[in-house]
Design a protein around this ligand. Structure first.
Ligand code: PLP
Length: 394
């Protein structure tokens, strides 16, 4: 027993961060661990972003910023939405936060009442469930499988909706599956959602640029969804700025205002130097970061080739982000090197201990038959990791 609140006691620790911590522990104990558990690009920050941050320090930026972000940054965000997403948001519809994670936490806090249901097309990003729960919401998973490329059908969506449904959160390109919804697929989901106007849709587009298809569609582009959709994005993934902690949203003005009110009491707004650097990131055309996208695409091919050469891994072809989400249920019920594998968590632990490769169990993402492997790693590490996994499973 302790003095902690039920709120935090009932909260799960982020499975990805927990795996990273475990890997770090083993590394400190002298083990040569290859980390494929984190969604973190291994590239350095583009020079033009670094220069903007250095300039901001030299120009003495140091004070609190407006709670919802510098006006110049919000202008850059509005332009970016227009340029890349064909979305028209005025400055009063935009809020800058401490990472897309805080953007999502704000949204849950300002939209959910106790018992409100949050639809999570599964597999989904780990934090959606606990961000919803801590705000009083009840996560409701909508199942999918590798056979439908981990995308949910309109029928499954319809069946999950109840009078208590308040929100739906999804990412496309998806973490953890890498799936990208096409215009037709998204429109089919929208056709269901328009019949239930109480549902606010949160479209998490943080992997927008890491997309190997020609499908680049935002839910808010559909006219009948615009006024009920919040578009979330950030610079962590595309600009390799994970530690800089800048995310942002565009959406209905009343929601933006509520998020500003919320973070005005919690953080007072995002870091001023990182905001200045983000202006430079967003003002430059995405072509400047294409080299990273190209590299991820090559690594996807590499890791799929190597994975498909290991018995018992069932893969599909991810179309974006930097993860593969193989089904490993072939191994459930088997004993490997004296260790019984009952589920994906046992399997991920086995890979960590026997192959010294860190991955994440699919259980945390709402699919207990899969594991998530990040290929935001060097080719050398990917090759070595797959060699070790193959050996540990032989
Ligand atoms: N949304 C998804 C789908 C993610 O994978 C992540 C990071 O892992 C985030 C949001 C959070 O991004 P940020 O670093 O901007 O908080």
């Amino acid at each position: 027993s302790n003095q902690l609140s039920d709120r935090v006691n009932n909260m799960a620790t982020s499975a990805t961060l927990a795996m990273a911590a475990k890997a770090r522990e083993l590394r400190e104990a002298g083990k040569d661990i290859i980390g494929l558990s984190l969604g973190e690009p291994d590239f350095t920050i583009p020079e033009f972003v670094k220069e903007a941050a250095i300039k901001a320090i030299e120009e003495d930026y140091h004070s609190y910023t407006p709670v919802d972000g510098y006006t110049e940054l919000k202008k850059a965000v509005a332009k970016k939405f227009e340029r890349d997403n064909n979305l028209d948001y005025s400055l009063s519809q935009i809020v800058v936060s401490t990472g897309a994670k805080q953007t999502l936490a704000n949204l849950a806090q300002v939209l959910l009442n106790k018992g409100d249901e949050v639809l999570l097309p599964a597999p989904y990003w780990v934090s959606y469930a606990d961000i919803s729960k801590v705000a009083g919401g009840v996560p409701v998973e909508i199942k999918s499988s590798i056979e439908t490329d981990f995308k949910v059908t309109p029928q499954a969506l319809e069946a999950a909706i109840t009078p208590k449904t308040k929100m739906m959160i999804y990412s496309s390109p998806c973490n953890p599956s890498g799936s990208v919804y096409s215009r037709e697929e998204l429109r089919a989901l929208a056709d269901v959602l328009v019949k239930h106007p109480q549902i606010i849709v949160v479209s998490d587009e943080i992997y927008e640029h890491i997309n190997f298809t020609d499908d680049r569609v935002s839910m808010a582009q559909f006219e009948d969804m615009y006024s009920r959709t919040v578009t979330v994005n950030g610079v962590s993934k595309a600009y390799s700025m994970t530690g800089w902690r800048i995310g942002y949203m565009g959406g209905p003005e009343y929601i933006a205002r509520a998020c500003t009110k919320m973070q005005g009491q919690v953080t007072s707004g995002a870091n001023c130097i990182a905001q200045r650097a983000t202006i430079a990131a967003l003002e430059n055309p995405p072509s400047k970061i294409q080299y990273m996208v190209d590299a991820f695409k090559e690594r996807r091919t590499l890791i799929l080739d190597l994975l498909n050469d290991i018995p018992g891994f069932k893969t599909n072809e991810p179309e974006g982000a930097f993860y593969v989400f193989p089904n490993v249920s072939h191994y459930f019920g088997k004993t490997l090197n004296g260790k019984k594998i009952e589920n994906a968590s046992d399997f991920a632990l086995y890979l960590l201990e026997e192959a010294n490769v860190a991955t994440v169990t699919g259980e945390a993402f709402g699919n207990p038959e899969c594991i998530r492997i990040s290929y935001a790693a060097s080719e050398k590490d990917i090759k070595e990791a797959m060699k070790r996994i193959k050996k540990a499973l032989a």
